[in-house]
Design a protein around this ligand. Sequence first.
Ligand SMILES: [Zn+2]
Ligand SMILES: [Zn+2]
Length: 178
Amino acid sequence: MTGAMNFLILQADAAEGASSFFDSPWWKFTTMMAKAMLVAMWLALAFWTYKDARRRITDPLMIGVSVATSLIFPYVGTLFYVILRPPEYLEDVLERDLEIRAREQELVGGANRCPACRTPVRDDFLVCPKCRRELKVACSSCDKPLEPSWKICPYCASEQGVGRKAKSAVAEEDELFA
Ligand SMILES: [Zn+2]
Ligand SMILES: [Zn+2]
């Protein structure tokens, strides 16, 4: 009987201890700090969203929407932003565009380079001056530089083919014996 009484008293003491613990200035200070941390985290995430959105989004309205989402829905809004944001930084997109344009230009300019050794050549060169590769063939009639695949000279309208084929065959033989 006294044992049960003692137990009840101990329990009451424990409850009192607990309530005084939750009333203690230390606990109040801790919870206040925790709340302040949560608020600081929330604002920091919104600020981070602003900084990140500015690097990825050009439209100011969309940047505003991103930041507002982060502010209105603490933490979750930022998570949504991270899921939905454009995958690339604007500067990376720009850099890639420039790279592609540079490569395109190189391809276009590639017509004016020797396909074998990449030496810059002029449109009317018959052979590459550096590696001797045949670039164009001279018209059998007017000697203008023509593409090897052309059937007829666009300058003098003379048929190309038989004579030239013989010529290139001779050139190949020369190469073989060289
Ligand atoms: Zn060449
Ligand atoms: Zn011609």
